[in-house]
Write a protein that binds this ligand. Sequence first.
Ligand code: SAM
Length: 492
Amino acid sequence: MGRKAKVLSEKIVDDEYIDKRLVGYYSTPDFISEYIKDRLIEIKGDGKELLDPCCGREEMVLPFLREDIKSDGIDLIRYKNEYSCNFLNTDFIKFYYDKINEGSNFNGLKYDYYILNPPYNCHEVEYIRKNKDILRHVFNDVGTSNMYSMFISAVIDLAKDGAVIGIITQDSFLSSKTYKKLRKKILEKCSIHEITMCPTDLFLKQGADVRTSILILQKGLDYQRNIKINNRCLSTKDFKNKLLDSDKQLYSLNEVILDSKKDNNEFIIECPSDIKELFNLPRVEDKFKCISGISTGNDKKYLSIEKIEPFVVPFYKNPGKDKFFTNKEIYLDRNFLDIEKIKPNFIVRNKEYLYKSGIICSSMGVQFTACVLPINSTFGVNSCIICDEEDKYWLLAYLNSNLVTYIVRGILIRSNMITSGYVSRIPVLNFSKEIKDELSSLGKVAYLYSKENKDINLFLEGINRIINKEAKLSSKSILYINEFKKELIRLT
Ligand SMILES: C[S@@+](CC[C@H](N)C(=O)[O-])C[C@H]1O[C@@H](n2cnc3c(N)ncnc32)[C@H](O)[C@@H]1O
C-alpha cells in the first residue's frame, strides 16, 4: 500500500478528499448495479449471501440488501461511518491470501454471489510495484499486470461451485495478450453467462475515459448455456435501452472464443460467423516477416525532426491516421548501431531487416492504418511488414480495408497498442493473381493520391468492394463492418 493510501485507510474519506486515481475509485452507476443484481438473481434465484471484495460506498451491494440478501463488503478504505452491509476494512488481496492458505481442503467460501467493480489504475501500479514479489507468488497463474485481473482471479478461487459472479471492469481482458492466462482461467473454472460491453461515456462524468464491460460468470463448468452478448453501443442512453430489451442476443461458447492454435482465446463479441471463418486462413506471419524495430530509450536525444548531422537516417514511428503514404519522417542518429553497443536502453531489433522496404502500420490510437515504408529507412516499435515490391501495394490495399480494420480493432485487439504480435495474426485472403493486380493498381494510385494530399475515398471504396467479395462476406456482415468503421472510436 502506498504511503498516501495508508493514510487514507486510517480515516473516513469524504468526496472532496478522495483522489480517484490514487484508489481507482469510479462508482458503479445505479442502473448497472440494479442490472447486475437482476441478472445474478435470474441465474441463481435461491442465493442467500453475497461478498463485494471492493465495496467502496456499497454502490453494488445496496440492491442486494433491498432483496434481503445478507451482504459482506470489503474495502481497503473506509468511506463512511455506517455501512448497511457487514463491512470489513482490509486489503482484499491479503484476505484472499489468508483464506486460501487456511487449509488444504478449501472448497470455497459460503457466498452464493460475488459482485465487484475492481480497482484498475495508477495507484494499483504503485501497489503492484511495491508488492511485486509476493503478488507474483500469489498470482502465478494469471500474472500481476493489473489489479482488476488479480481481483477476478482471486474471486474465482474463493467462489464455491455454483456461485455467481457479477463484474464490471476495464475490458482489456477481452483480447489483450496480457490477459491470455486470465481468459484461460475463466474458461477452465467458470461458465460464462454474459459479456456486455459498456459505452465509452459510461464513466466520463467521473473523469474516466475507460472502456468497460459487464462480465457474468458462474463457478464450475456445468452451468454453461448460451451466452448473452452485447457489443458496445454508442452512448449510455442507447445502452440503458439495450439493457431493458428482453430480446437476448445469445451465442454458443464456441462463437465467442477465438480458439485456433495461433490465437489466444480472445473473447470475441458479436463477430459475424463469415468473418470468424477467415481465421482458418494463413496469417500475415505465414507469408511475410512482421516485426518491430528500434527503441531508442530517449527519443529526444537520438531522433530529430530536422535532417541535420548526425541525424540523417530516415526513421518512421507511428503513421497515425495516414493511409498508404505518410510524411511523418524523422531522422535517427547515423551512429545508432554503435550507440546500441553502449546504451542498454537502446535496442535495435531485427537487424537483418534494416533498410528493407515494406509496410509500416499504426500502433497508437484507435485507428489501424498502413503506409509504405521506403527503402533505406528505419522504424520504431510499431509493427512493420517486410515485403517485396510486387506484394507491397495489394497488401497495402488489403490492410487499409474496412474488413482488416474490423479484424484488428473489433477482434484481435480492442484495447492497447497494436504491436507486431497482433498484426502478424491478421488472416490473409487467398487472392488470385488477377485480384492481386487489381488491388495493386488501386493501392498504387491511392498511395500517389495520398502523397499529394488528395481524396482517396473512391479508391478505398473500390478496395472494399473487391475485398468483401473475395472474403465472401454477407451483406449483413458488410453493413456491420462499415458501421464499425464509421464509429470506430466509440465502438472499439
Ligand atoms: C472502482 S472502485 C469501486 C467502488 C464501488 N464498489 C463501486 O462499485 O462503485 C474500486 C474500489 O476498490 C477499493 N480497493 C482498491 N484496492 C483494494 C484492495 N487491495 N483491497 C480492497 N479494496 C481495494 C477502492 O478503495 C475502491 O473502493
